[in-house]
Design a protein around this ligand. Structure first.
Ligand code: TPP
Ligand code: MG
Length: 288
């Protein structure tokens, strides 16, 4: 017996849960005070927005709402790293990324209030609208990336999927096509440990979600999704690779959904308060 192939998944983390550096050398972005402030400011803003949106729903002024509580570092780093000419293919809770790209808070509220004009949001017109059919946004991103490669444009398609979404056929098909054709696309898995009431351990027997990209021949990494520096560095590296024609990257951002799935859910019915408390201690935008 010989070994045909061997793989490993690297894990990137620069900050501990208290925000103290754990690595000897930090990436360059950590020295850019203005950029770090821009990202932290947005993490705070999106958290305040989130609280307000839930209050609006609870008082009957918003139809329903998918919270982004706990995902702030993952989302903000995505939006902060992208260029305007790149295209973003969201799912339904990545407001931090979208605000960074010029989407307005009132446009998110219009959408969740059932007004389709919310989908005609500010920011780059080539960005895609919110996508509720799980995992289909990965196909859209692959299609756009194919066009960029065909036309020789130095643009990157970026999409986000949940841990639950990685069980969908669309997810695997997208990884396969992007790997086979070496497309300029960055796939981010926001692994928040839950797909509504289904915990990650019932979703898959994979040790990491990042390793799902290996089968597609894709550069695949796992990152502390609550660490804005690690997330930003992973995005910068992936976008740079894609722009240089070096192909796609899959980033698994390990985070936690601190909220209910949406305002139509009550997570207390299916998960333990101790687990949530443990995750709260590691959340990315601690309020004092
Ligand atoms: C194709 C499809 N099947 C089922 C649903 C219903 N649904 C909405 S959200 C969701 C769970 C998604 O979980 P995950 O991918 O982990 O994303 P999260 O909401 O945790 O960010 C499901 C099954 C859907 N929207 N689309
Ligand atoms: Mg999830």
């Amino acid at each position: 017996m010989t070994i045909s192939a061997k793989f490993e998944i690297k894990y990137f983390q620069y900050l501990d849960p208290a925000g103290k550096p754990v690595a000897k050398k930090l990436p360059k972005v950590a020295e850019d005070r203005d950029e770090m402030l821009r990202m932290y400011r947005m993490m705070s803003q999106v958290r305040v927005f989130d609280r307000k949106a839930i209050a609006l729903q609870r008082t009957g002024q918003l139809g329903t709402y998918a919270s982004s509580l706990g995902h702030e570092a993952t989302h903000v780093a995505i939006g902060a790293a992208m260029r305007p000419e790149d295209a973003f293919f969201p799912m339904y809770r990545e407001y931090g990324a979208q605000f960074m790209r010029g989407v307005k808070m009132e446009e998110v509220l219009l959408f969740w209030g059932g007004d389709e004009r919310g989908n005609d949001f500010s920011g780059p017109k080539h960005d895609f609208p919110w996508c509720v059919p799980i995992a289909t946004q990965f196909h859209h991103a692959v299609g756009a990336a194919m066009a960029y490669k065909y036309r020789g444009e130095k643009r990157v398609a970026v999409s986000v999927i949940g841990d639950g979404g990685t069980s969908q056929g669309d997810f695997y098909e997208s990884l396969n096509a992007a790997g086979a054709w070496q497309l300029p696309v960055v796939f981010v898995i926001a692994n928040n440990k839950w797909a509504i009431s289904v915990p990650l351990e019932l979703q898959t027997r994979c040790e990491t979600l990042a390793q799902k990209g290996i089968a597609g021949g894709i550069e695949s990494v796992q990152v502390d999704g609550n660490d804005i520096i690690a997330m930003r560095e992973a995005m910068d590296t992936a976008l740079d690779r894609a722009r240089k024609g070096k192909g796609p990257t899959l980033i698994e951002a390990v985070t936690y959904r601190l909220s209910d799935h949406t305002t139509a859910d009550d997570a207390r019915r299916y998960r333990k308060q101790e687990e949530v408390a443990e995750a709260e201690a590691k959340e990315p935008a601690e309020e004092s």
